[in-house]
Write a protein that binds this ligand. Structure first.
Ligand SMILES: [Zn+2]
Length: 173
């Protein structure tokens, strides 16, 4: 990987990274992860009460962000750190040690371990290897990459996290 690739602004800024994930996960616009409504069925929430990137579903009234149902869900690690970690872990052919990643990301070792664990879990999904062939062609790759965890979505919902815009990327560590 080149230094230029690591200069990607989406690796430095939580909002840019969120927009990056939104564009990949929702190529046709925001979609409710709970009932599948989209288009005019969802409303973007504005104002201080709502986290940026928060949407409300007009059909089921649940609020959501792009991270719901992905490996980033309910993590406090900023989204640009997630994106950079995913990039580094997938772009490094020889693999990357925890300490290397820790240094490159500038987050705690504990956060680094967490990221590696979650991202590797997503990377085990079928077809991940072939689809991840090119990070530069992420449109096809990222649905798998960020791993919508369909089998666990129900479980998460039952625990009642669906209210108040669950999901990762609050921008705080
Ligand atoms: Zn809905």
């Amino acid at each position: 990987m080149s230094a230029a690739e690591l200069d990607n602004p989406a690796f430095q800024d939580n909002d840019l990274a969120r927009e990056w994930f939104e564009a990949r996960i929702w190529p046709d616009g925001p979609k409710c992860p709970h009932c599948g409504s989209f288009g005019e069925g969802v409303t973007r929430m504005f104002g201080k009460k709502h986290r940026p990137g928060c949407f409300q579903c007009n059909a089921c009234r649940e609020q959501f962000t792009v991270t719901v149902g992905t490996v980033m869900e309910r993590s406090k690690i900023p989204l640009h750190i997630w994106l950079k970690a995913m990039y580094l872990l997938s772009a490094s052919k020889k693999g990357m040690s925890t300490h290397q990643l820790h240094r490159m990301l500038g987050v705690s070792l504990k956060s680094t371990w967490f990221l590696i664990h979650r991202i590797r879990e997503a990377m085990r999904e079928p077809f991940f290897g072939t689809q991840m062939g090119g990070f530069r062609k992420p449109v096809q790759a990222d649905e798998t990459f960020v791993g919508r965890r369909t089998s666990r979505a129900g479980e998460v919902r039952q625990r009642g996290y669906a209210r108040r815009c669950p999901g990762g990327g609050s921008g705080r560590l």
